[in-house]
Design a protein around this ligand. Structure first.
Ligand code: DCP
Length: 230
């Protein structure tokens, strides 16, 4: 029945004996975030929230992700407005475990993807201004907790190869230069820390290696990640 599990979660929240921890997994397109989340999803007392990409590919029968790649000038704001809503919804959902691991964030949506569309001349300034007003309002008025940002650091070339291998229909048009721009924005945000607000400490995990090696890297970093709030 639903009632007891609800009660357990409620007790956990109220007791305060375990401070909850929120970890964001960040990294370029095809950097391996999903694999990382899958690996940690087998951990007890941890919940994994994947990116709502299926929603971006189907909102009431429309595919704003595909439209954005086909014609970014026209559809960039459409996708990014919806991304912002779905990410906010994820951030605000009640936690069901002491540790939450979440794929990307409302911050990278803005600092990487919206910024990239605008800087590359593919988003009209008025669209950028409206999205920025929304973003500033949300982050000023709504608390979005985070304790640790895990950065899966890749080279754009690696991401490009992985992208070609996985063959997601919408992404066939993504050139290497696009991944170089998003990579640079990630580096500016999480490594150089030169451009945007950084809401938590960053743990960098080099992520160019093959799968078995990556699983070893995740295991090495397990304790650091799971004790993010200490
Ligand atoms: N995307 C976007 N704007 C955002 C967030 C994502 O245009 N604000 C796009 C980029 C990708 C798709 O959405 O085409 C999904 O992106 P991810 O890199 O987040 O997901 P992946 O499945 O590629 O992650 P990974 O391969 O690391 O598991």
């Amino acid at each position: 029945s639903r009632a007891p599990s609800h009660e357990t979660a409620g007790k956990l929240m109220r007791s305060g004996e375990d401070k909850k921890a929120v970890v964001w997994i960040e990294g370029n397109i095809a950097s391996g975030k999903t694999t990382c989340l899958e690996y940690f999803s087998k951990t007890s007392n941890l919940e994994v929230l994947t990116e709502p990409v299926s929603k971006w590919r189907n909102v009431r029968g429309h595919n704003p992700l595909a439209l954005m790649y086909q014609d970014p000038e026209r559809w960039g704001i459409t996708l990014q407005t919806y991304v912002q809503l779905t990410m906010l919804d994820r951030h605000m959902s009640p936690m069901s475990a002491p540790v939450r691991m979440m794929e990307r964030s409302i911050f990278s949506a803005k600092y990487i993807f919206v910024e990239n569309l605008f800087r590359s001349g593919k988003m009209p300034e008025v669209d950028y201004a409206v999205l920025t007003e929304w973003f500033d309002w949300i982050t000023t008025n709504i608390s979005i907790p985070v304790d640790l940002i895990v950065y899966l650091q890749t080279s754009p070339q690696t991401c490009h190869e992985r992208l070609m291998q996985r063959c997601r229909e919408e992404e066939k048009v993504i050139p290497l230069e696009y991944l170089e721009s998003t990579h640079q924005l990630y580096e500016d945000w999480l490594i150089k820390r030169s451009s945007f607000f950084l809401p938590a400490p960053v743990l960098v995990i080099p992520a160019d290696q093959d799968l078995p090696n990556m699983l070893d890297r995740y295991e090495e970093n397990r304790d650091k990640i799971l004790t993010a709030n200490n």
